[in-house]
Design a protein around this ligand. Sequence first.
Ligand code: PLP
Length: 384
Amino acid sequence: MIYLDNAATTPVVPAALEAAWPWLTAVFGNPSSTHELGLRAKTALESARSRIANWLDCPASDLVFTSGGTEGDNLAITGLALANPRGKQIVSAKTEHEAVLETLDYLERVHGFEITWLNVDHQGNIDLAELGKALRSDTTLVTLMLANNEIGTTHPLPQIIQATHAVGALVHTDAVQAAGWFDLRVGKNGSVVAGVDALTISGHKLGAPKGSGVTYIRGRLVVEPLLHGGGQEFGRRSGTENVAWAVALATAVDGLPEFSTESARVSALRDEFITQVLSSIPEAQLTGNPTERHPAIASFTFAGLNGETLLLELEQRGVIVSSGSACAAGSDDPSHVLIASGIDPDVAQTSVRFSLSHSTTAEELSTAAAALADAVSIVSGLAN
Ligand code: PLP
């Protein structure tokens, strides 16, 4: 099997599972308990937090352990919007993940926020001049993802942060797909997210279990919690902490390769794959920005073909991929990201996303490209 659906989820790395085990078994204490088992659990939790804080270059107390990307996006956006309303305007784009789109819809419907949607071009790029016009003295928050999960296009975060801070508003970024591929040191000058106010990470995209995650929210910022209760996580997220998953997440993070050499290495593999696909399959069109993109995501449309049949043909050839995003799977709707980018719905319906991992090889990608060419010839025969 050649698994090229890593943007949907990654396997748990063995070290993360092994590191989690003791905190589920022998040392199962509640970190809020004051006896030995509780104190040891608390120490493990705080050590996991410190290791992740080291990775993100932020104070450990700025991190909230969550159940993943969806919760993290909800917490950062809703929590900041409700607690820091300079006005009630939020700026975003329709290419964001559903976890952001639906949170903004909720804030609009239930709390009367006004959402200003930035246009995106055919490659999913925003226009910084349009952002400049959208920012106002009553803007509360800008939320724009670092790298798109479907088409891979990246947003120019340094300029977004600078423009937004110039009007005194906050910036949140969904960095769920970016972990391990970009410089996520929020405290480091020159990093792509330097100075961002909130940033969401999900564990299952980087080798930790599903249901693990962490969100950075700058310490001085007040956050309206989503979960009310015992006041854990500095009062930002009540509920007994999942020590085992926090330890697993920190262990997976510790095992990530150094992002800059790794991104260059995998981008080269991705580009070679893109060239193979575009040169052998006339119907194939690359989606997203050809250069400003996620190192490990290559997504194509195949106008005139049936995307679902293509996926099945690929699976029969041992290549596992997905159409658009896994989160939208199960629905026949074309990808909202492609629609927002102005792609014709019939064409958007044919999209197939290949997402690489840190261990994907050149051989696997050539095999996948050949399988894709083969699958396309079968499916286009069916279409004729
Ligand atoms: N944000 C992005 C960009 C994603 O790709 C995903 C998941 O695919 C999420 C948020 C949601 O993360 P989770 O599955 O951890 O809830």
